[in-house]
Design a protein around this ligand. Sequence first.
Ligand code: F6P
Length: 490
Amino acid sequence: MQIVRPNVDRPLAARGPYDFVVVSNRLPVDRVTDDDGVQGWRRSPGGLVTALAPVMEGHDGAWVGWHGAPGETLEPFDNQNMHLVPVPLSEEEVELYYEGFANSTLWPLYHDVIAPPEFHRTWWDAYHQVNLRFGEAVAAVAAEGATVWVQDYQLQLVPQYLRELRPDLVIGFFNHIPFPSPEIFAQMPWRQSILEGLLGADLIGFQRPSDTANFLRCTRRFLGATVKARHVNLETASGGARRSSRAEPFPISIDVGRIQELAVRPDVIARAKQIREDLGNPKTILLGVDRLDYTKGITHRLKAYGELLHDGSLKVEDAALIQVASPSRERVESYRLLREEVDGMVGRINGQFDTMQNTAIRYLHHSYPVEEMVALYLAADVMLVTALRDGMNLVAKEYVASRVDSTGALVLSEFTGAADQLKAALQVNPHDIDGLKETIVKAVNLSRSESGRRMRSMRRQVLDHDVQRWSRDFLATLAQSAAKGGAHLP
Ligand code: F6P
């Protein structure tokens, strides 16, 4: 198939009025229907939108993204002081671009091939067609010299398309998931195109220093780029002027203020108490909260927990595990298989250990509003985060932020981005089931003074680094990189 290139002859008059544009695969709103059947939009919960909404309001801001309904085309609309520009995706594009290339090629490849990535040329074609559409939508609304911030792995070609369409723009990109080592990235048949796509940005942000280093090594190895002090210099296709992009780590965080506010609200505290009572007031409540995704290590956690019950280290009368697994990407085969596996494991463990009064695992295949999540965090003595690979893991940071009295223990996989910052967590290698079991037992029995010391240390880190600071840091570095003229070296 012929690769479609952007139409760079767009007349200047087609520029839009917005001087700050965010672009992500999904718009930060959910469709809701009120009691009278009237449809509207509600801002989705989540740190990214919380961090960026004030920036949007301070500038003339627009957010470009898919509104979540396949085959539907919508006009731009305003919601809570944000201008939203929906990008349409057909049923076929959802299948090939979103479920296919984004979530069955890039997602497993970037998460250390925990599941085997599939490489299909039809998926790749759809990916670059859709990326081009997102790029054109941004180019049409961005004002002269506007700042554009592209989010995540679904849109890695957008920076380059935008650069070609609108050389006047300041372009940032942030990758929310890990970036793989060159040894793994080498498998990608379109590896050069993806790297060139990202290098359209003036600043490329990653979660961890190791992701940044992986990306820089990939540009050297697969593009022959020169890398100096985290700046990538690349000859343009014409061999003329050189372009330079900067790559830096910016570990993302959460809306700490909002979580803390909920953690002291009387109704949320009462709900936490209710949750404990509903479980029969066990000595220890353990909690797992994840999207139902194979990167999260849910089966490893369940295996360890089942063995602890089996060998008597934990007793169902004393301990209860709540596992929230929110539905995700349910039409993708590997997610369907995971659900079957988790359902089966939970069924077997509960069948073996439940009593009339006690249940071993309270398994909830739902999503919950943030108020309920904070009540769960408050109810839990031990939080289990056992991801096999995770860009950051914001659940770990939310748990820490909600523990305003500095109680509670966090078991945290060393393969999460959060492990870089939450050094005082009980860190584990989730593949080491014996090690995981020992750490869970240690967390359950942690003395008040040791858990307090660890939690206070983690709280200092999280309270000092909220998502607002993350977005400020990124945007300040982006402005600095662009002001230095880094984008166009002589
Ligand atoms: O960063 C991971 C990510 O893919 C985000 O882009 C997205 O908001 C979240 O996980 C949920 O994924 P999805 O949009 O595929 O439901």
